[in-house]
Design a protein around this ligand. Structure first.
Ligand code: ZN
Length: 171
């Protein structure tokens, strides 16, 4: 089995009953995640790297079954026609992870079959339009405001003034 370099310490927790794991990483994910858990699963592991094709791929320590460099953020072909037991694990910065998560959902993956790992030190903020406080955004489409307990929809409206995405009251 070929292997991949390991440089950081955010562990990847693997789903217990996966038959196949599609690990989609950007350069940050490569740097910040620890892949040691991948050696402990019997699942097939496919690694997809979102980076320039001429980037040198590091080559020790982690086992995988397939490694491919992909350049497009739109990867429906990759995600369609996957069998039950296939999981998508996203190790990319938040914006890209959100986009890929939506694509995976459209391709038929359930919430449980998609894991988003936190990568990147810049955290997006969500501005509560009801109480005017900020929340951190996770991988969910809705956030419960920590300050006023209102359920907020994470909108795509980014306010430069607030330096945050606007969270509208969820209906
Ligand atoms: Zn609020």
């Amino acid at each position: 089995m070929p292997t991949m370099a390991q440089t950081a310490d955010h562990k990847i927790e693997l789903p217990a009953y996966a038959n196949k794991i599609m690990l989609i990483l950007d350069e940050r994910g490569m740097k910040e995640l620890s892949f040691s858990e991948l050696d402990k699963t019997a699942a097939i592991i496919e690694v997809y790297l979102l980076m320039e094709a001429n980037t040198t791929i590091p080559n020790d320590e982690v086992s995988y079954d397939k490694l491919e460099v992909i350049r497009s953020l739109v990867i429906p072909d990759l995600l369609f026609d996957q069998r039950i037991g296939t999981y998508v694990i996203l190790g990319c910065e938040a914006g890209m992870a959100n986009s890929l998560k939506k694509q995976a959902e459209q391709a038929g993956f359930s919430d449980q079959e998609i894991r988003v790992l936190s990568v990147g030190e810049v955290e997006a903020k969500l501005f509560c339009v009801k109480c005017y406080h900020y929340n951190s955004i996770n991988s969910q489409d809705t956030v419960l405001c920590k300050h006023c307990q209102t359920k907020l929809d994470v909108s795509t409206h980014f306010s430069r003034v607030r330096d945050a995405y606007l969270g509208y009251v969820a209906i």
